[in-house]
Design a protein. Structure first.
Length: 411
């Protein structure tokens, strides 16, 4: 079962250069000169599908994106309907149709007394399932990279929107540990999308250029992505965080979890210490900063973890590393499609991949009556299986460790 996650992304940039945070407002005369919109699109090479479009000189007004002037829109054949776009669709799942609304510029210029205008690169990004790490990094912030590179943005302002409890009254917000990643795209504080959306009902927000559309190239659910792009993104992050690309990995890392946990992970780390020439690390990723996680993965030769988001970090491994993907009792057998995105990410990093599933019911904990398969629908059963904790037998772990080390002996 795979989830279809869709984030709506749009960027704005200005030809005349960048301005500081405290110089974002301009006069009505300057706004008048900027109006009259036009659109250009960046298309895929095949099937005429649109990656994104750039709308020049637009405004956010009454919660809608407005294009000024009467013009012929020629992009309806590229899966992009440009009629009237509601930013609230930022959180909808499925096949989203983007719509832009065309208005004569006079309708706004003659009545505008109060407005704000942004004149530097900016981006509106919606986060789903916030603050889930995997979705925020590998569905959201990752997808900024293709546009950032193609459009040669040196800087931008990020506007963040959230599907859960948006802080509507704060103009600037933090992404917590992910600020370290967002600052690679922007040197400015993150703006609150919901705050400016509400502000647009009594004050028009002007932008010089707006990029509409989400590439979805770097979405960990995307099965048709070029692995090289993921590796480029990974190396770009490492360079941005001042992590040396020349350092060699030298450790075994076991991911510690508090749910779907390996209950004897401390014992397994001791075994790794005795059986492996590599350093051993038991890592609680939830307590680490983003940079610490990336740096840890860069030093890791063998990554071992129970099924979960932490395994997406395998994209930050060096090539020829090993990922050991572990499953609780019956989870992979019942939900055969689960974890394919974790496997893809490991292979994108040019790592070796090993899968293991607990086959002994006596080694599972928090089972909650999951054996009553006939009394449960599939979704209930899978949810039940997901919460299990697992005891990994030492002999089974020694075998996994030996198989992992065997990849390096062959080289």
């Amino acid at each position: 079962c795979s989830a279809t996650l869709f984030l709506t992304l749009f960027m704005i940039y200005f030809n005349a250069g960048l301005v500081a945070d405290n110089k974002l407002e301009t006069s009505a005369v300057q706004v008048s000169v900027a109006l009259k919109s036009n659109i250009s699109c960046f298309l895929k090479n095949t099937k005429n599908k649109t990656y994104w479009c750039i709308a020049n000189r637009v405004a956010l007004h009454n919660g809608k994106i407005i294009l000024f002037g009467h013009q012929k829109i020629e992009y309806l054949n590229y899966n992009l309907t440009l009629v009237a776009w509601e930013p609230d669709f930022i959180y909808k799942q499925g096949n989203l149709r983007l719509r832009l609304h065309i208005e004569p510029e006079e309708a706004y210029l003659n009545t505008e007394n109060n407005y704000t205008r942004f004149t530097i690169p900016s981006l509106f990004l919606g986060f789903v399932y916030w603050p889930a790490y995997g979705h925020a990094v590998f569905n959201g912030l990752s997808n900024i990279f293709p546009i950032f590179e193609e459009e040669k943005f040196g800087d931008m302002i990020l506007f963040a929107g959230f599907d859960r409890n948006p802080p509507a009254y704060l103009p600037k917000i933090s992404l917590g540990k992910l600020d370290e990643l967002s600052r690679l795209y922007s040197r400015h504080e993150i703006r609150n999308y919901e705050y400016f959306r509400r502000k647009s009902f009594h004050e028009t927000i002007y932008f010089d250029k707006l990029v509409v559309g989400l590439p979805q190239r770097l979405d960990h659910y995307n099965r048709k992505v070029d692995p090289k792009l993921w590796r480029q993104w990974s190396n770009w992050i490492k360079r941005g965080l001042n992590i040396s690309l020349n350092s060699k990995p030298n450790q075994v890392t076991l991911i510690h979890r508090t749910s779907r946990a390996i209950i004897n992970d401390v014992e397994l780390v001791r075994i790794a210490r005795d059986r492996s020439p590599l350093k051993d690390v038991l890592a609680d990723l939830d307590k680490m900063s983003f940079k610490e996680q990336v740096s840890l993965m860069h030093r890791t030769k063998i990554l071992i973890g129970m099924d979960g988001t932490g395994l997406l970090n395998s994209i930050f491994l060096n090539n020829n590393s090993v990922v050991v993907h572990m499953y609780p009792y019956m989870l992979k057998s019942i939900n055969c499609g689960r974890g394919k995105n974790f496997k893809r990410m490991a292979l994108y990093a040019e790592s070796n991949y090993i899968v293991w599933e607990n086959s002994n019911f006596n080694n599972t904990r928090n089972y909650l009556g999951c054996l009553e398969v006939e009394n449960r629908i599939c979704r209930e059963l899978i949810q039940c299986l997901r919460v299990q904790n697992t005891y990994v037998e030492p002999l089974a772990f020694v075998d996994l460790l030996s198989r992992s080390l065997g990849f390096f002996e062959e080289k």
